[in-house]
Design a protein around this ligand. Structure first.
Ligand SMILES: [Mg+2]
Length: 457
């Protein structure tokens, strides 16, 4: 994966040094020597990650970071702050500004490459989500990016895995001001708790008695139920090698003992924000996919869904020499329902009609609103006789019980006409079958309505 890294530093030798190191590892490098230039490059979407010097004349690194993180167009870009000295105060200011990570000058190569790689990997996932969420804008659901960027990262449910009592107390006291903390001293309990799927972040000690905390991290990263939950490690200074291994297999962040409580709070907030950001985007993507294939009035599938799924299903049935049947339904004299009771009543009848049809079809059937008061039901694996029986049952259930509308103050008697057709071996595609079902429906209408007619033999 070739990623574009933007180096921001006011001193040319610093830019050059980082550029050389990163180019040797096959990253593409861009440079900016002040804040406004850096922001412009980011807004144009020209880079995947920002290495940002803190001390710059004019706009300093904190300000640049704050602006990037509050702009919906750039909030998703990972920012690594580069500080001259390991100043806890600087780190804190950076985290408050929304920085994703830190590097201290002189920059350690291993730390540089590990962090850059893991952030780039993370961004690839976010980009995919972002693109799909952007597509969901056309469904009029507001702007998921703005919503996601406004997330504060507070009030999360956090799982702390720590068997040293005093440390557990100190850490949960610090986090408890902003979040709800559950402590698990036993790693097996922790895994069971986490699998329930209610935690938004796990904080795992790597120095548990008789258990490798790294193993728990790896389990959390691979379980379906916990895969999207951020995991952070707490480690002793001498344990850097294991920390790097954890980062390599996808652990999101770490803290070194003794844990600075401000840094703990800030890093947890960053992780929670980032994870909720992704969740918001994922939710928008999910909702837009559902809206794209669902009819808004009846909740049945729409014609677009029918068209795309039916051709796949039809080809598959042809290959396996399996039957497929289609029912074409049309509510009788629907226009007079609208004329008598009004269009809202007509809509209510349509919704109730759809609900009743769903009760009498199987999960594998496709039920789609085809036109105004027309519904198509596709019955995979149903022979003509079986399809006829199902159609007759639906016709009967619609006629048997009147529909209650206008808050159950009015009863409307509804009947339906149904045409039945099946796949023929010489059909060119599903349109041929639907055409025959439509002709059968026409015959049901012309011979008196409230009837089921099969295609002509
Ligand atoms: Mg500088």
């Amino acid at each position: 994966m070739s990623a574009k890294v933007l180096i921001v530093d006011d001193l040319f030798p610093n830019v050059k040094l980082l550029e050389t190191k990163l180019s040797l590892e096959y990253f593409d490098v861009l440079a900016a020597m002040n804040g406004p230039d850096a922001i412009a490059i980011c807004e144009k979407g020209l880079c995947d990650l920002v290495l940002l010097d803190v001390m710059m004349p004019g706009m300093d690194g904190f300000e640049v970071c704050r602006r990037l993180k509050s702009n919906p167009n750039t909030a998703h870009l990972p920012v690594v702050m580069v500080t001259a000295l390991d100043q806890p105060a600087d780190r804190l200011r950076g985290l408050d500004a929304g920085a994703d990570d830190f590097l201290t000058k002189p920059i350690d190569d291993t730390a540089l490459f590990t962090r850059v790689r893991s952030l780039v990997r993370l961004k690839a996932v976010t980009d995919e989500l972002r693109n799909r969420a952007l597509a969901s804008r056309e469904f009029g659901m507001g702007d998921p990016l703005a919503l996601a960027a406004a997330e504060t990262g507070q009030n999360a449910s956090i799982l702390l895995v720590e068997d040293r009592k005093s440390s557990a107390e100190r850490l949960s006291a610090a986090l408890g001001q902003h979040h709800k903390v559950t402590v698990a001293a036993d790693p097996h309990d922790a895994l069971v708790l986490a699998a329930e799927g209610t935690f938004e972040l796990a904080l795992v000690s790597l120095d548990l008695q008789g258990f490798d905390g790294l193993r728990l991290c790896s389990q959390l990263r691979s379980l379906d139920r916990t895969r999207n939950m951020p995991v952070m490690m707490i480690a002793e200074e001498h344990d850097r090698a294991r920390v790097i291994r954890g980062l390599e297999f996808g652990v999101h962040d770490y803290l070194m003992r003794p844990v600075d409580r401000n840094e703990l709070v800030a890093r947890v907030r960053t992780q929670v924000r980032r994870s909720r950001f992704s969740e918001t985007l994922r939710g928008a993507v999910q909702a837009s996919m559902e809206m794209a294939v669902t009819d808004g009035l009846t909740g049945l599938h729409n014609r677009r869904y029918l068209d795309s799924h039916l051709s796949v299903l039809f080809c598959d049935a042809a290959l396996r020499h399996r039957p497929v049947s289609a029912l074409m339904l049309d509510i009788d004299r629907f226009k007079s329902i609208n004329d008598t009771y009004g269009h809202e009543a007509g809509d209510e009848v349509l919704r109730a009609f759809a609900g009743r049809i769903r009760l009498h079809t199987r999960g594998i059937d496709i039920v789609a609103r085809y036109g105004g008061e027309e519904v198509v039901i596709i019955l995979p694996d149903a022979e003509p006789d079986a399809a006829h029986v199902i159609a007759e049952r639906i016709r009967e259930r619609i006629e048997a019980v009147p529909f209650l509308i206008q808050r159950e103050t009015r009863e409307v008697r509804v009947t339906v006409s149904i045409g039945v057709a099946c796949r023929h071996a010489d059909d060119q595609g599903p349109a041929d079958m639907l055409k025959r079902a439509d002709l059968a429906l026409y015959r049901a209408k012309s011979s008196g309505r409230n009837r089921v007619e099969a295609e002509a033999a």
